[in-house]
Design a protein. Structure first.
Length: 104
């Protein structure tokens, strides 16, 4: 699993039938800022993920990859290897808040 920020969406007019109606996003994985440990920053990578929870652009989300991406009822019949399985409200490290959805 990893957390990431939705930075874009993908529209595809031609795809396999099982993917019709599926919302696809571009997600940039995030990591804790190693210098200050008080925020999150991009890893510089990006993934195409299928949304299973109704997330939206700009949100921080929890993603899974590989076979785990097909363990949800929504993704079991889909040819995917990355899926959004949650929307992040808050991330803390000990007493330090590194992300809060309400303060972002």
């Amino acid at each position: 699993m990893f957390i990431g920020k939705i930075t874009g969406s993908i529209v595809s007019s031609h795809k396999v039938d099982s993917m019709k109606g599926q919302k696809l996003f571009i997600v940039e994985p995030l990591r804790v800022d190693e210098q200050n440990k008080d925020g999150l920053k991009s890893t510089g990578r990006s993934f195409v993920v299928v949304d299973t929870v109704g997330a939206g652009e700009g949100e921080v989300v929890i993603c899974v990859q590989g076979s785990s991406a097909r363990y949800t009822p929504e993704t079991k019949p889909l040819p995917v290897d990355a899926a959004i399985i949650g929307i992040v409200d808050r991330v803390t490290l000990g007493p330090t808040s590194v992300y809060d959805k309400n303060q972002a």
